[in-house]
Design a protein. Structure first.
Length: 520
């Protein structure tokens, strides 16, 4: 054969390169491969020709003699076997263990000793090596994909200011990914923690909540049977600054259902919490402006509501003075009765003023456990005169058995006042026989209380009920269209929902929900 002869079979699927300076050995190998048409065999006889060939083309498999006229065949071995694009097998006429170890460490896939039997079996050896190599390539590609995935995850976690963690129940230790130590104000070598040590890093006010969620997740309490758990809590970061962390996790269990580990992610959400606080402040300010504006629109009703008790106090006072001027001891019982009326009426006027002052006060949102019926009663009293002036009857059907909700009472009163006045204005000119009616009801639905304000007015726009909640969308000549938009914002800030539905018998119903919790 010539120095670069190729034996080409029909439709070969694998290209084998043989670098062998012994002509008789090369011919034996060539004869063996003629019976395997799935191989294309290229035979070269020197190291230089092999280097030139490999610079242009990569075979699927390389067989190379260890000793060649112009150098050692081991110089053709890949520098990094793990990164090699094809397997390289060294063959030699003599073999010993030392040489085998040397070439294997040098990057050889295998080391074979020449014999007539070897030359005949080289096609089958090639098939075996290529099958094994395919598995190696698959494993290598999988490992590369895993490394890329891990790198993408690392970059994503860094971009999100987050990291991963795992709680191994058998070892009773937390293990954190690199980077999380800065969230928890730990030293770089302190990424392993016990559960109690982790809880010590949580601010005291949040520890019980964190422990409770962990316990529920381990016990598979609702909703953690299916969903991963998550909780937001605070910790003290570097320089004693408070940080907010969002922790998500899921429990892995063995075949008996026993928990093995809890793993998840941890993200620093301090910036988000800061912006949420600023947003709440802005929303509180806007809601306050809306309440003051509402008071401006209701000023005539306020004056009327205060005028009645003040007029009564004045009349009782004059009558008492006149009675005292007569110096008649028989009139003392009557005077005492009138003075009691003055006291009660003054107290009523004071309640009116307190209610109005609370409604328009500007303070940060404060949540407390409140009976829904009390909030409805206060809001109804605020608009009672407005309803009478428009000949609208208000019917309160809220039961005292409705569970308490954690709310800012003033803000929810504002929602009800907006909904009630909205119904008054819609219904005012729709009924002329005194049948205008607005009903307030509430019922418990699962873990929520649903409050409904229904009227028998003209109803909602036919094309899109949701349009009524758009900011600046109004049908009133002097309205700004902010009342319902602000009401929805307040309800959603309370983790509830506000929506409208048409009534079958005419009119509209506005519904909003408030979550029910366990009072602490």
């Amino acid at each position: 054969m010539s120095g670069g002869e190729r034996l080409t079979m029909n439709s070969p699927s694998h290209h084998v390169l043989l670098v062998e300076d012994d002509q008789s050995h090369a011919e034996l190998v060539g004869e063996a491969f003629r019976a395997y048409p799935n191989f294309r065999l290229t035979i070269l006889h020197s190291l230089s020709s092999a280097n030139s060939f490999l610079a242009q083309e990569k075979p699927d498999l390389l067989f190379c003699d260890l000793l060649l006229p112009d150098g050692r065949g081991s110089s053709l071995l890949p520098v990094d076997r793990e990164a090699a694009s094809f397997p390289a097998v060294l063959i030699t006429s003599f073999g010993d263990e030392r040489t085998a170890v040397e070439v294997m460490k040098g990057g050889a896939y295998d080391y074979l000793t020449k014999s007539d039997q070897l030359f005949l079996e080289m096609p089958r050896i090639a098939e075996r090596i290529l099958r094994e190599w395919q598995e190696i390539v698959k494993r290598r590609e999988a490992e590369q994909a895993l490394r890329r995935s891990e790198e993408h995850l690392r970059m994503a976690l860094e971009a999100a200011d987050a990291g991963t963690w795992e709680w191994d129940f058998s070892a009773k230790r937390f293990t954190f990914s690199v980077g999380i130590e800065r969230f928890l104000n730990l030293s770089s070598d302190g990424t392993n923690l016990t559960v109690s040590q982790y809880l010590e890093l949580v601010v005291p006010e949040d520890r019980q909540a964190v422990q409770s969620v962990l316990d529920q997740a381990l016990e598979e309490s609702a909703p953690y049977r299916i969903e991963p758990y998550q909780i937001e809590h605070r910790t003290m970061g570097p320089e004693g600054k408070e940080r907010w962390l969002l922790v998500r996790g899921r429990v892995s269990r063995d075949e008996r259902g026993e928990p093995l580990r809890l793993a998840g992610t941890l993200a620093d959400i301090t910036s988000r919490k800061t912006w949420e606080a600023k947003l709440r402040s802005t929303e509180d300010h806007l809601a306050h402006v809306s309440r003051v504006s509402t008071m401006g629109e209701m000023i005539s009703g306020i004056a009327h509501e205060l005028n009645q008790p003040l007029y009564a106090i004045q009349n009782y006072g004059k009558a008492s003075l006149n009675m005292l001027a007569r110096d008649d001891a028989s009139n003392f019982d009557q005077i005492r009765e009138w003075l009691e009326e003055i006291t009660e009426t003054a107290a009523h006027a004071g309640q009116v003023l307190t209610r109005l002052r609370n409604f328009v006060r500007k303070v940060p949102s404060q949540r407390e456990w409140v009976n829904v019926c009390e909030v409805v009663e206060t809001a109804t009293a605020m608009v009672q005169y407005d309803g009478r002036r428009r000949s609208v009857k208000i019917e309160d059907t809220v039961s005292t058995e409705i569970p308490k909700v954690s709310i800012d009472a003033v803000q929810i009163e504002q929602v009800l006042v907006n909904l009630l006045r909205n119904s008054f204005e819609a219904i005012e000119h729709h009924h002329s026989n005194g049948s205008a009616l607005v009903t307030i009801g509430a019922e418990t639905s699962g873990d929520k209380v649903e409050v409904t304000v229904a009227d028998n007015g003209p109803g909602l726009p036919e094309e899109n009920n949701e349009r009524v909640f758009d900011a600046f969308a109004t049908t009133k000549e002097e309205g700004m269209g902010l009342g319902l938009a602000i009401a929805r914002t307040i309800v959603e800030a309370h983790h509830g929902k506000l929506w409208a539905t048409p009534n079958a018998e005419g009119g509209a119903s506005f519904h909003f929900t408030l979550p029910v919790g366990q009072e602490r």
